[in-house]
Design a protein around this ligand. Structure first.
Ligand code: NDP
Length: 472
């Protein structure tokens, strides 16, 4: 019989997704631009070969799939996706479903959705998280689609998705760009999570003088507690790993320059566009940018001397306990920000994003998977209209318990000259958020002084101006 679904782009993600689909009993037709890769992939499929149809042209691919044809495109985001869609159009028929499974910018997804709709084709924007391993054995899948198009692919997506205690980590989150937007914010939160973990690692390394092995032990221990998550688990794993060439801890030979492909930056941009404060995510993106300036940083260290002094005093176990709680408090603030961005986007674009469902499908399969997301889902389920995660009763309790640690760590690292961009931003966000009487009255006075922008009074309604005699 014919294949149920097709896939284009047998790279890291595409080849693993295809094997996952085949393994779950669905026949899949595959194509790759460099056609030699199709053969290599087919050979590697072993026992799954009977459920894979290798195709060397797009016409062959279309012919191999039962209409209406769902076809997943798994190529780099941006122009390659548009090129691939343009070529696909020639071989598809009305009703066929083009699925972009890459990390698309949701603005592109919205555009493609309407462009394809105009020619009778259906488009699905599908965010996939979990990296290579997730794609192969169960990713978290965030879908933006019409209910009709989703119904056509739902059985396959449910089969291949990660399961959290039996619940599939896939959901239709809204129309057109909703899935890719949520995937973008997932990655933004991932940036913040990773940056905060790296900052804590910096305190252990430069403030406490710990070895990678010792740190691996601490992260492994933390992974048994409230920080339990994939990123903490792999922090322990990579810290314990040795370089094959030198026998040294591998983290000691890796250059401290972080790469990025855009989703973190998009998260920060969308947050700003929507008027939502997402400082921990922004700080994480910024920190990656500064990390890339390795030569400049070395020169600046020559000019200024390095931070990291004086060393952290006191009992190591006490400091480590503070670091654990500080990381947890920072995590709460970062997730509060990410979810606030999604809540705002949901209103702005009329998506009706199901926030509890998003937290639930992130509990397994994706990079930020954690126990914490279960607690978060419960808070959104219980909370009716929750203005901010920080106002959920369970989170008020957790934040009250942990923010003093975050405060101590940020203060001590500031004195020691150890950078803490994401965690200190998270702390400032919390302190601003819970400050009933802020300082923006002074900003308003100055704005009125130089620009006659007017201000509101706390003792009467209306727009007022100050007693200034001159204006800028
Ligand atoms: P790879 O670089 O491993 O593979 C890219 C694939 O796209 C190859 O099959 C390549 O074909 C094809 N391709 C590249 N340019 C074009 C083009 N112009 N037209 C047609 N095909 C093209 O990428 P990944 O699998 O890592 O990533 C694919 C998508 O998945 C990206 O959007 C990425 O952001 C996203 N993603 C990646 C994750 C990861 O962990 N790697 C996790 C989640 C999402 P050829 O063999 O001919 O070069």
């Amino acid at each position: 019989g014919k294949a149920e679904i097709g896939l284009i782009g047998l790279g890291v993600m595409g080849s693993n997704l295809a094997l996952n689909i085949a393994e779950n009993g669905h026949k899949i037709a595959v194509f790759n631009r460099t056609t030699a890769r199709v053969g290599t992939f087919f050979e590697s499929a072993g026992a799954l070969q009977p459920r894979i149809v290798p195709c060397t042209t797009l016409a062959e691919l279309a012919e191999a799939i039962r209409p209406p044809r769902p076809i997943i495109i798994m190529v780099p985001a941006g122009k390659p996706v548009d090129e691939q869609i343009a070529m696909l159009r020639d071989v598809l028929s009305p009703g066929d479903i083009v699925i972009d499974g890459g990390n698309a910018n949701f603005h592109d997804t919205v555009r493609r959705f309407s462009e394809l709709g105009n020619s009778g084709l259906t488009f699905i924007g599908m965010g996939v998280s979990g990296g290579e391993e997730g794609a192969r054995h169960g990713p978290s899948i965030m879908v933006g689609a019409t209910p009709e198009a989703y119904a056509r692919v739902e059985p396959i997506l449910t089969a291949i998705s990660a399961k959290f205690e039996g619940e599939p980590c896939v959901a239709l989150l809204g129309p057109d760009g909703a899935g890719h937007f949520v995937k973008t914010i997932h990655n933004g939160i991932e940036y913040a999570d990773m940056q905060m973990i790296a900052e804590i690692y910096g305190v252990m390394r430069d403030g406490l003088g710990m070895s990678p092995d010792e740190m691996a032990g601490v992260f492994a221990e933390w992974n048994k507690g409230r920080l339990n998550s994939y990123l903490i688990e792999i922090a322990a794993t990579v810290l314990a790993a040795q370089d094959r060439q030198t026998g040294r801890p591998i983290v000691e030979v890796i250059i401290d320059r972080a790469g990025q492909k855009g989703t973190g930056k998009w998260s920060a941009i969308e947050a700003q566009t929507l008027g939502v404060s997402a400082t921990a995510i922004e700080a994480a993106v910024s920190a990656r940018i500064l990390s890339s300036l390795k030569d400049e940083r070395l020169a600046a260290e020559q000019a200024y001397g390095s931070g990291g002094l004086p060393k952290f005093e006191g009992r190591r176990d006490v400091v480590l306990r503070d670091l654990e709680l500080a990381l947890f408090a920072g995590k709460i603030a970062a997730y509060a920000q990410g979810f606030a961005v999604m809540a705002a986007a949901s209103k702005e674009y009329h998506w009706n994003l199901p926030l509890p469902t998003i937290a639930k499908i992130w509990r397994a399969g994706c990079i930020i998977r954690s126990q914490f997301l279960g607690t978060l889902a419960e808070a959104f389920e219980a909370g009716g209209e929750l203005a901010n995660l920080l106002m959920a009763p369970a989170f008020i309790e957790m934040m009250k318990e942990t923010h003093p640690s975050l405060r101590r760590i940020v203060a001590r690292t500031a004195e020691a000259g150890l950078p803490m961009p994401a965690l200190s931003s998270a702390l400032s966000y919390f302190d601003l958020y819970r400050q009933g009487r802020g300082t923006s009255n002074l900003i308003q006075a100055q704005r009125d002084f130089f620009g006659a922008h007017g201000f509101e009074r706390n003792d009467g309604k209306g727009a007022f101006h100050g007693p200034w005699t001159q204006s800028g």
